[in-house]
Design a protein around this ligand. Sequence first.
Ligand code: BGC
Length: 582
Amino acid sequence: MNKEIKTDLTIEQKVESLLSQMTLDEKIGQMTQVRHFDDITIADIKTKFIGSIIHTPGPTPGTDAAEWQAKFVQLQWLALSTRLGIPMFFGVDAVHGQNTYAGATIFPHNIGLGAARNSKLVESAAAITALEARATGFNWVFSPCVAIPYNEKWGRVYEAFSESTEITTELTKASVRGHQGGLDQQVSLIATAKHFIGDGSTDFGVEGGNTTLSQEEVMERLLPPYRAAIEAGVGSVMASFNSLNGVPMHAYRAMITDVLKGSLKFEGIVVSDWKAYSRFGGTDVINAGVDVVMAVEGDFNMYVEGVRNGVLNGVISQERIDDAVRRILRQKFRIGLFDNPFPDLRLISKIGIQAHRDVARQAVRESLVLLKNENNVLPLKKDAKIALVGEFGNNSGLQSGGWTVNWQGMTENYAGATTILEGLRKFSSQDVLYDADGSADYDSVDVAVIVVGETPYAEFMGDIGGVMNKYQLTLTPEHQMLVDKYTAKGIKTVVVLISGRPLVVTKQLEQVDAFVAAWFPGSEGEGIAEVLFGDYDFKGKLPHSWPKSEEDYQGKYGPNFWDRTIEPLFPLGFGLSYQKGI
Ligand code: BGC
């Protein structure tokens, strides 16, 4: 704790007092975010006065949460041993639970929460995520993503709640409240509304592409979730990779400084996205109003030197630097970091506990959207002879999407999770058969539950028709084969679709008796089985309009653009239930 700061001062007074003692290098250090395993040596934390560390998948800080905490304690001591002893933030992409830690509770991705449309549930999920993030040593979470996707080709559709501004705004408020606590509560961690602004509405759904919208459209359609996040007290906002009408968002001063910090009165930290300094024009990024830069993967020296020279040459004003540092210190004081710089060992026992998994399971149940149910196929009878078909039905990695343990997610099971097959077996009174790839060819079953979907992806890797071009708007041939094979037998069929976005499944909907959109449910696969068996009803409503054909995607925005002329197959808000009939 810095001895110069009297404890009875207000946060603003403490900020000013500290700021007045800082050298330029100490200020630039506060504005720097690095990974602890590249670019810098551990010693740099001290000599360069590093202000925050981001942990991303890569070398893990340890084998268990105690080791993770210990690693961050070790790094924090280095920060505390600097002249002014300013503690560091530790940030993480905990976007559906503390998903970088195998063993944490993993919630459905935001698209599923958008289908559940239950603010209280979103708040609880966020509170649990924050707690498990703190238990693994973090005090800054880069979530929620408050994008409003207009095109299902975008590889990040699932990180966002909905194509609807209203739903997104309501759930954003709940998420920020859950992460940080109510405005009247002691905040222990800050959340991040991201990515400011236009990330989900780029032309053709390209990650980091250009968004072509009028200023009025941006204000009316995309800004409301940010306003809600700020009103709820969000600690940070992340700038976006995309450009807006040709201007890179990271260098868009009118939007970051005039709109976000000016009109919206945001007092928190504007953090850059990955390597923004080299990608978006160096000092322009700082001058636009970005306060903390992710100076990673080779950017660190260039960034620190660039900002220092920028100030010395008059390209960056001293006021701009002071504004950035004020915002950073304000949030550090706000979460009590100067008094409590270390993670709490007692929280470790809370990671992945049953009470947390119960909330995640509720979220899974409520996120499921029933698109078709004919011939009394659902609910499944507990004594029916069931075959579970498809690998996605027995693999917790595949059911969870990207940002699960690894950046791109996993294709194998991970610690603590349950699969759909495990759930069916738990609740059925019969032996549930399993046909992973269609080769078992079971004939004498009452019903086949066929689980198909999208292999996990994250960011640009998941764009359809993008640089990787690995994904498609409809089922893969292998998954289509599973549907064809079992429908041809004349037995009843239920399809459960695991996907990060609506896919074009018009033909498959005709082929099968029942169809469930399950999004990326996360660690609690059992929640799906409970609803299929009718122990709970379907509650989910589509958070996106559902496209009917691949041709619908010819336009710039895709079928879900709000000003659409194309009729969807199912409208936003559609969803059947047992109660209300088929
Ligand atoms: C993503 C952000 C994320 C950051 C840090 C970027 O590539 O766009 O959403 O927070 O990486 O991992």
